[in-house]
Design a protein around this ligand. Structure first.
Ligand code: F6R
Length: 366
């Protein structure tokens, strides 16, 4: 059942090239320069007339929502708010019939997300679900939706659900951008071609596994980790930290890189490993200067970089390369080494990777 892998989590990490392909198969027609998604096509006017999109979710799915916020705003120019479902449902949110709510949930059973959906529906919003489990409660409660088609996710720590959620949300953003005229035809086509290359590039990212194991071995005894990223990769930093916390029980925090100087930099000393996502895209130079700040305080730097990067390599203690892609899609690649890093650290510490203490696969109580 684990297909020769030691744990479900590792199997599911390795399934990501296929899972992402399954997510866009039949929806993204590269040759025709077209994205077809029934749930969106049938409700296109609702999406296009929306004043804003509100995304509600919990945990890793919330992180996928944050990535989507960057993608929707950048590509489709639609304002997006991302909310923890648990906060949204209890704070008397201002929401009406012109709002589109996107609820993201792997299991489709999360109690807080379900309650947020019910509230949004009561207030007249159109609610769209992005679920993995077919026929789940949330997929039934929403007005329309798109499944991620990641296949069953057994490991409690979410991996392939995250990357396929980002894939679905990218497809929706691109589709709306095209319908609104917010993206040129050539840029739209370029994004489709780049998305089509992602599964192969995830495979290349997975090929760093042995190297990542060495990094894991080096830092497995650290008491704390910091994860930093900017822009599209800020939520990836949050997700990397969550993965490490969940399965290795090492305290980790994710931050937007520039926020470091507003507090967390006080934590940095020679015992603090800092995982920095520093792909050669927007804000690259700024991240490089953040790395210098860490370095001058003797922090240990593990940098996720674009293939061939030399500048960061000269400063970092370890670099992990991912292939280049268009900026909006970098989270699909930068996430991979962070999943593997937390996996190997947890295994080396002898933790129960697939069933971490105190956690359940679907959280059906608030
Ligand atoms: C993290 C994790 C949880 C879930 C969260 C939401 O690895 O598994 O944080 O992401 O409980 O679950 P779903 O997506 O099923 O609503």
């Amino acid at each position: 059942e684990k297909g020769g892998y030691e744990h479900f989590m590792l199997k599911e990490i390795y399934e990501q090239p296929d899972a992402v392909t399954d997510t866009y198969r039949g929806r993204m027609l590269v040759e025709q320069s077209l994205i077809r998604m029934a749930g969106v096509d049938d409700n296109l006017e609702r999406f296009l007339n929306a004043d804003r999109i509100i995304i509600v979710a919990c945990g890793t799915s919330w992180h996928a929502g944050l990535v989507a916020e960057y993608i929707f705003e950048d590509i489709a120019r639609i304002p997006v708010e991302v909310e923890y479902a648990s906060e949204f449902r209890y704070r008397n949110p201002i929401i009406g019939s012109k709002d589109v709510v996107i609820a993201i949930s792997q299991s489709g059973e999360t109690a807080d997300t379900m309650a947020a959906i019910k509230l949004a529906k009561e207030k007249g919003a159109f609610v769209f679900g992005v679920c993995n489990v077919v026929g789940s409660s949330i997929s039934r409660e929403t007005h329309a939706g798109a499944y991620t088609h990641a296949g069953p996710e057994i490991g409690v720590a979410s991996t392939k659900a995250f990357t396929t959620q980002i894939t679905v949300l990218s497809l929706i953003a691109l589709k709306l951008a095209k319908a609104k005229g917010a993206i040129s035809n050539s840029d739209f086509q370029y994004h489709l071609e780049e998305l089509d290359l992602i599964p192969e590039k995830i495979k290349q990212a997975l090929a760093s596994n042995e190297h990542i194991k060495k990094v894991a071995h080096k830092y497995m005894n650290a008491a704390n980790f910091l994860y930093l990223g900017r822009g599209f990769n800020f939520p990836v930093a949050l997700e990397g930290a969550l993965k490490l916390k969940e399965i290795s029980y090492i305290h980790a925090e994710g931050y937007p890189a520039a926020e470091m100087k507003h507090g967390p930099i006080a934590l940095i000393d020679e015992k603090m490993p800092v995982v920095v996502i520093a792909t050669k895209k927007g804000h690259y130079e700024k991240v490089v200067s953040n790395i210098q700040e860490i370095k001058s305080r003797k922090g240990k730097i593990i940098a996720v970089v674009t293939e061939g990067d030399q500048d960061v390599r000269s400063m970092a203690d370890y670099v992990i390369e991912v292939p280049d892609t268009v900026e909006a899609l970098t989270p699909l690649l930068t996430t991979i080494p962070l999943q593997l890093l937390s996996y190997h650290i947890a295994v080396m510490l002898g933790k129960n990777v697939d069933q971490p203490r105190n956690l359940a696969k679907s959280v059906t109580v608030e």
